[in-house]
Design a protein around this ligand. Sequence first.
Ligand code: DON
Length: 527
Amino acid sequence: MVSTACPQATEIGVSILRSGGNAMDAAIATGFALAVTYPAAGNIGGGGFLLSRRSDGTITFIDFREKAPAAASEGMYLDEGGNVIGNASTLGHMSAGVPGTVRGLYEAWKVHGSRPWEELVAPAVELARGGFPISEELSQSLMRLEKHGAAFPALAIFRHENGAPLGPGEMLVQGALAKTLEMIASDGPDSFYEGTIASLMVEEMRRGGGLITHEDLRNYRAVLREPVKGVYRGFDIISAPPPSSGGVVLLEILNMLEGFDLASAGPLSSRAVHWMVEAEKRAYRDRATYLGDPDFIDMPVARLISKEYAGRLRSDMSEMSTPSSSLSQAPFDPESEETTHYSIIDGAGNVVAVTVTLNDSYGSKVIVGGAGFLLNNEMDDFSIKPGEPNIYGLTGGTANAIRPGKRMLSSMAPTIVLRGQKPFIVLGTPGGSTIITTVAQLIVDIIDFGMDPAEAVSAPRFHHQWLPDLIYYENDALPDSILGDLRRRGHDLRERDPIGDAQVIMIREDRCGASDPRGGGRSLGSN
Ligand code: DON
């Protein structure tokens, strides 16, 4: 079964499974397909994380997060007065980190691919060359991109030759991207990091005043890391380690929640929402304080994800909201809106969870001339100035400060939940800072509230990230009586747009997948 944010990509994943490929093969083919059919977030010019568990129990985590170019520096997005330069970290060439996706997917293939590499990239080449019909969702997303058309003329590849936007049902053909993918198919990742595609990227950087050099590309490596692991009410949770905050913050939240009887409080009850947001704000405070790239900083990960620490954090929770400002003191000194997720399981029980991103929708909006793909604007995920919020309102300090060659802190949380040493849930979502709380809510919905995946992905969502000190809730998610009760407990609340686009597979007697109704995705089995 394959669950992605885009039906064409789901179908390619399923066709790889049908032709005898395993879940990793399907994940690689699906990843390249999303780079064609879901250009807002599927990518070869961005990065991500892949978590897999083979049926023999071997777990692999591949970090292909972007890195700061060697010429990056701490104050690069500040003016002489130390003020943040508007849009500098979010738009244009300077906002791009060194892309990781192509090396990441190749690493995945080396670890557990069973089909020829070329065969796995080929369906994406075909989709780019032959085109595919634009969905309602893609057409709307391309309309939102229109406002950047004047500043980034290369975005014309998403329009008719006469400049009119492509509408639903019309074909999106991406000839340059097809050629790029064809080189990746036949020559492997070196074509991207050292060959023709690398040269096109460096030329593009020169044209637009960006920092990425040949050396940055040549030096880029995807890294195998130990995922973080914990246990929630007897279920094993495996998720993304730093440089993502995803797994650490998720486990902190779940560990704190274990002390509360959520099941008898009931979903979306004011008690359950209160406990969940109290746990969330404490965990996000730690995110801002401690987490960053493990190749650059020491982090007290084991302590943060321990049950003992969760007990300490729980001890100052009460029936009333704890103001975020009173949580600003970190409890101990350390000792020393577009992304896409997909979930896959094959017939042998191998599972793969992948979250990839360009950061913002369509990343930096820069298309590499002659190569037809978008570059990320992931540099904004660094803390560009202590206390300065990024596009997701997240703040941070030195742990996530810019350094040459460093990976920026992420919230992506591809996650696998085991029951009795067997895969039980494979899940993840986009949503910037809301990724972790959405994954936590889905796990609680399934484990505590007994929902099936379709109910869990449809359930209304809420979110707290420490700062700002607000419970965000989706339009109409919480009835007035619950809102009133939460206000009496001292919470501030703010209604917002839909949160996330989760892709969940749950393994019961049957395999049951669900694609978030907030997006246009699809969950499909191979037989
Ligand atoms: O790595 C991160 O946490 C962000 N760059 C993810 C961005 C994202 O999820 C945007 N989606 N809506």
